[in-house]
Design a protein around this ligand. Structure first.
Ligand code: MN
Ligand code: MN
Length: 307
């Protein structure tokens, strides 16, 4: 269990370091980005110069180290996956519904609508929606990557859509989320940045709207296309966890979500030791413990029977 990287190179993070790195990366990116969510890059420069510390505040008036729906929904999904031993959409919808009842600090429109639909119909799947390709299913997808890291492509896609369609049922959102999952799985299994990039290139080949080699995306919205363009530009613009996160959140817009997604990808790639200690120490201790615990338990669950 939790064997070291197959490559055997000392510098390569082990799968446990990558799994925990992805979880803490997500939470750190959410907490860092939330301060500047919905600000423009210009407003951020004016107020902070370069925003690079976890200080809370923002439109949600957070405590330093407090996280938002991105991390909370990920942890909710992970709890359901762990208690059911896999993705059970009805159980996951139930956990999301409990989370919504707990009066979360923020919640997206599409997520709220999806959970309300589940409460009304007991169906953990919304109708297909060609218009609305929001990033709300992608931001919480991380447990699926750890769960399915030894599974084949079809199993990964099935698990991804089962959780995504509780609130978001759109082909472009699915394609983006599945790409992030493939990149995460590649990193968790010891793959490097170039191999992760192949999945992003494949997404662009299928949906050219995702092209990210043009001008830098500023103010990325909650549309999965802009979200992932900003994330990929930051991920491939730097080779350290810290610089990737600083780049992406200083673009403003949906900064907690770009921070969360860039954080999970960079955390999976570079491992837990690449996350600045001043950031992980700032995280809410309860959130930090939950992230670490869930990562280890999901890796163990997925490791069973496939060694
Ligand atoms: Mn959020
Ligand atoms: Mn957000």
């Amino acid at each position: 269990m939790l064997a070291a990287g197959v490559a055997g190179e000392k510098a390569e993070p082990a799968s446990s370091a990558r799994g925990v790195g992805a979880y803490l990366g997500l939470a750190v990116g959410d907490a860092l980005g939330a301060t500047v969510e919905f600000m423009t890059p210009r407003e951020i420069r004016h107020q902070y110069g370069v925003h690079r510390e976890i200080i809370g505040g923002g439109w949600l008036r957070l405590r330093p180290g407090q996280v938002t729906d991105d991390t909370e929904m990920t942890l909710a999904l992970g709890r359901s996956v762990l208690r059911r031993g896999g993705v059970d959409p009805a159980d996951a919808a139930e956990v999301f519904s409990e989370w919504m009842r707990s009066k979360p600090v923020d919640i997206g429109h599409t997520v709220r609508r999806g959970i309300a639909h589940y409460r009304r119909t007991r169906t953990p799947e919304v109708a297909p929606d060609e218009q609305n390709a929001g990033n709300g299913a992608c931001m919480r997808c991380l447990p699926i990557a750890l769960l399915c890291r030894h599974e084949d492509e079809q199993a990964l896609i099935r698990a991804s859509r089962a959780q995504a369609h509780i609130t978001h049922n759109n082909p472009v959102a699915d394609a983006g989320t599945e790409t992030v999952l493939r990149m995460l799985v590649t990193a968790l299994n010891g793959g490097g940045s170039d191999r992760m990039r192949l999945h992003a290139e494949r997404l662009v080949a299928r949906y050219p709207v995702f092209r990210f080699d043009r001008r830098p995306v500023e103010n990325p919205s909650g549309w999965i296309v802009e979200t992932l363009q900003a994330v990929f530009q930051a991920l491939y613009g730097h080779d350290s966890f810290e610089e990737i996160l600083v780049d992406v959140v200083n673009r403003g817009g949906d900064a907690d979500t770009t921070g969360a997604i860039a954080g999970m990808l960079a955390g999976a790639l570079y491992g837990i030791h690449a996350i600045p200690g001043r950031w992980s120490r700032k995280l809410d201790p309860e959130v930090r413990r939950s992230c670490e615990g869930q990562a280890i338990e999901l890796l163990a669950l997925a490791g069973r029977g496939s060694a």
